[in-house]
Ligand binder design. Structure first.
Ligand code: SAM
Length: 206
């Protein structure tokens, strides 16, 4: 991922994700920087133990969990995101989900929110990694695309409003319809499905 441009977005510059099929979208930074919304609040209500928020960005979920007295740690590779998340009161690790991490096999919950199941462009690998991270009775909460959402692997790059363009990186879109077979290949099964305000989530268990 083009980390510098992601940090530009967090600093208020409009940044678009462009996909290699010609489509694209403006990064929804205002949601990431804003307060938790109704869908986030429902997610928070399901978290009762140590949680790792993978790709936490500026940390709204990890900070909200901590404020509720639930042990939560954000994880992100973008230094600007880590800085903002810490300023918001979240405990945050700077690094990659594929790198060395504490408590492997002991997290009660791992979160992949806001399309973060796309990280690395290989959702099977990412879900296998999250399966390694959770405790035997833990779960992985994944936000997926709702009805008609795209599903598949893409290459993406970021373009900021000042004309800077990052390099291509691998990303993935995962839809509600497509998540079950992906989870199964990673040794996970869908235990719970829910939707609030057009945002769709699944809870995966071993
Ligand atoms: C779609 S944004 C997530 C926004 C975030 N969930 C929020 O609420 O603000 C994707 C995030 O994943 C992070 N990321 C990308 N690759 C990563 C990796 N390998 N490990 C951890 N974080 C990663 C990016 O830096 C970025 O903050």
């Amino acid at each position: 991922m083009s980390i510098e441009l992601f940090d530009d977005a967090l600093n208020g510059l409009e940044v678009r994700a462009e996909y290699d099929d010609g489509s694209g979208e403006v990064l929804d930074v205002s949601r990431w920087m804003g307060a938790v919304d109704a869908a986030d609040l429902h997610l928070l209500s399901l978290i009762d133990g140590p949680a790792l928020d993978v790709g936490c960005g500026p940390g709204r979920i990890a900070a909200a969990l901590s404020a509720r007295g639930i042990e939560a740690v954000g994880l992100d590779i973008a230094p600007g995101a880590v800085r903002i998340a810490r300023d918001r009161g979240a405990q945050v690790l700077h690094g990659s989900v594929f790198g060395p991490l504490p408590r492997v096999g002991a997290w009660q919950h791992v979160l992949l929110v806001d399309g973060n199941v796309g990280i690395g462009g290989d959702p099977e690998r990412l879900l296998r990694r999250t399966r390694e991270l959770i405790a035997p009775d833990g779960s992985v909460h994944v936000e997926v695309g709702g009805g008609g959402a795209r599903h598949g692997l893409v290459r993406a790059r970021l373009r900021s409003a000042d004309g800077a363009v990052g390099s291509w990186f691998r990303w993935a879109h995962v839809s509600m319809a497509g998540v079950e077979p992906l989870a199964a290949t990673a040794g996970l099964s869908v235990e719970n499905v829910w939707e609030v305000d057009d945002r769709c989530f699944v809870e995966l268990c071993r």
